[in-house]
Design a protein around this ligand. Structure first.
Ligand code: GDP
Ligand code: CA
Length: 336
């Protein structure tokens, strides 16, 4: 195995990728070369324009995590961050004040926005940013590809008794960061998704891979949006490589994040088995060949297998790169 493609969101995907790379480079993944190429197709539907700047939370979480620039406690943003610019903006009363825009992080958004303004597509901007964060350690063996160069934004419909329709739509970041996903999501609306095109290299990364992995990322607003980019789902269905996923739901709850509320809005039960069956088996119109659930969900393995998926129960808590590398190794073994 010389090439692995991963469809990633932010914190869950990035944490998994760190463990996967740890496993690959130490020869812990059955059948995988130590210098196997890893391609990350990252969700960009979380992206938001703030104060005139383009912010790409999932791309940056992956880039900072794998480039050792991440704040390990928060799991997002830069380590050793300061917040002077945010405080100054708030002192001017400039909205929004709820988004955590750190001083160090701001430099990334400034570079990105300048390059976009100069006419570079997001994919080339991301490659330029990764030259600082990923290239020194990984060279050409690790690529970070935005799912699309087009503007796609997830919005969440929430109840609003003051609005004539009884509903209000907020950007996903507002739902998550300001509202802490504490009000029910009535609908998930991904603006621009149907008209988007896959970013350069995305379809080839799926078609040419020796293994495709769906990490424990949010199935709705991370992996769901990637799968919604036209031609991506079809590429997965047609891929020659096995496609294996790892459950982001452990013991009936998301480990961190807000998968719970969003699955409910889609009518998908919040369980490891239901998420695996929601992705579905490639033999039955879905996108996966195998699905790993946590040992606490071992009783649901048969239900997943009945849906046509290979399935095993293994520990799925990403407590360290070593533990996460074992998860990745189990995922490879499941579909080998
Ligand atoms: P986000 O974009 O930052 O929300 O990150 P992702 O979409 O990539 O991943 C978020 C999901 O990761 C959450 O909904 C959790 O269900 C899942 N997650 C976080 N930590 C763990 C873990 O240790 N184990 C597993 N199995 N899932 C996790
Ligand atoms: Ca995200």
């Amino acid at each position: 195995m010389t090439s692995i493609t991963v469809l990633s969101g932010g914190v869950g995907g990035a944490t998994f990728l760190r463990g996967l790379l740890h496993g690959v480079r130490r020869g812990l993944l059955p059948g995988a070369d130590r210098d196997a190429e890893v391609t990350v197709v990252a969700n960009t539907a979380d992206d938001i324009w703030l104060h005139g700047l383009k912010v790409c939370p999932d791309l940056d979480t992956v880039m900072y995590t794998l480039g050792e620039g991440i704040d390990p406690e928060r799991g997002w943003g830069r380590r050793d961050e300061t917040w002077s610019a945010k405080e100054e903006l708030a002192a001017y009363g400039v909205e929004p004040t709820w988004f955590g825009l750190g001083d160090r992080d701001l430099a990334t958004h400034l570079v990105r926005t300048q390059m976009l303004d100069a006419g570079y597509p997001l994919s080339q901007v991301t490659e330029a940013l990764c030259r600082r964060w990923l290239f020194p350690t990984y060279g050409d063996s690790l690529r970070l590809l935005p799912m699309t160069d087009d503007r796609v934004e997830t919005h969440i419909a929430i109840a609003d008794p003051d609005s004539p329709s009884g509903r209000r739509v907020v950007h996903f970041q507002e739902y998550w960061v300001r509202l802490h996903a504490q009000v029910p999501a009535e609908a998930v609306i991904v603006v621009g998704l149907e008209d988007s095109s896959p970013g350069p290299g995305v379809i080839d990364a799926i078609t040419d891979a020796d293994l495709v992995v769906v990490p424990p990322s949010n199935p709705v607003v991370s992996v769901g949006t990637i799968l919604g980019v036209p031609r991506v789902r079809e590429a997965l269905v047609a891929a020659k490589a096995p496609v294996v996923g790892l459950s982001p739901i452990v013991g009936g709850t998301h480990v961190r994040g807000m998968a719970h509320q969003l699955l409910t809005s889609l009518g998908v039960e919040v369980s490891a088995a239901a998420v695996g069956l929601h992705y579905g088996a490639r033999t039955a119109g879905g996108v996966l060949d195998g699905w790993l659930v946590d040992t606490v969900d071992a009783a649901t393995v048969d239900r997943v297998r009945e849906g046509g998926l290979r399935c095993e129960a293994v520990p799925l808590l990403m407590t360290s790169p070593e533990a996460t590398a074992e998860m990745a190794a189990a995922a490879v073994a499941l579909v080998s």
